[in-house]
Write a protein that binds this ligand. Structure first.
Ligand code: ADP
Ligand code: MG
Length: 196
């Protein structure tokens, strides 16, 4: 996968499969630390220590008996190729937190991609899940929480075109508020104004 957004879709899918009713996505960019970090935090069924070891290392079990996919190992490999890491903390019955880090300016670091569309799709396709997206850019933070929107809508479907447009602009504003130069991070590092 060439975009972080596509990995986000895959990781969030794991949380959905784990029965989560609340999923938080946290994206952080820090220029001083040269760090790009994303966490996906859920309240799903969780994983045991053995399970975590198994899902992060594709070769821990023999290839013929490995039952799980490669979503996590592939993301881990991509992060490690960029001086980063992937870490999972989890507690059975409580939930899981997966954090992936990249050296932000690394030449091989994948772009973030179409984050807004990815988030909108997750929200629309999983209306019973409480979604929270927070974005940290250097010292600034903003949060989009879909709960107040859903409360206000009542039984009105999220898929109504006007509602969709409205939610999209709220997510876009969350990002723009803290980083006006986001623009899908095509090559964010080159779009930065030269200021200190
Ligand atoms: N958030 C999570 N909560 C519970 N189990 C998880 C979570 N994320 C991953 N897993 C477990 O790890 C396995 C491997 O995930 P992944 O590498 O994405 O491959 P796949 O989703 O194709 O099985 C999943 O099948 C699931 O059993
Ligand atoms: Mg998966």
């Amino acid at each position: 996968m060439r975009e972080l957004s596509l990995h986000l879709l895959d990781i969030a899918e794991n949380s959905i499969s784990a029965g989560a009713s609340r999923i938080e996505i946290v994206l952080s960019e820090d220029s001083a630390l040269d760090l790009l970090q994303m966490s996906i935090i859920d309240n799903g069924k969780g994983m045991s220590k053995e399970m975590i070891a198994q899902v992060t290392d594709p070769f821990i079990t023999s290839r013929t008996t490995r039952k799980v996919g490669l979503g996590i190992p592939l993301l881990k490999a991509a992060a490690e190729d960029c001086n980063g890491s992937l870490n999972i903390t989890s507690e059975p019955g409580i939930g899981t937190e997966l954090t992936v880090k990249f050296q932000r300016s690394h030449i091989d670091r994948m772009p973030i991609g179409d984050l807004v569309s990815t988030i909108i799709n997750l929200i629309i396709c999983n209306p019973l899940i409480h979604w929270i997206f927070s974005y940290h850019y250097n010292e600034k933070n903003a949060i989009f929480d879909d709960e107040p929107v859903k409360q206000a809508l009542g039984d009105f479907p999220l898929t109504e075109p006007e509602i969709l447009t409205c939610i999209r602009s709220m997510v876009e504003e969350t990002i723009q508020e803290v980083n006006p130069h986001f623009s899908q991070d095509i090559v964010t590092i080159y779009n930065q104004p030269l200021r200190r």
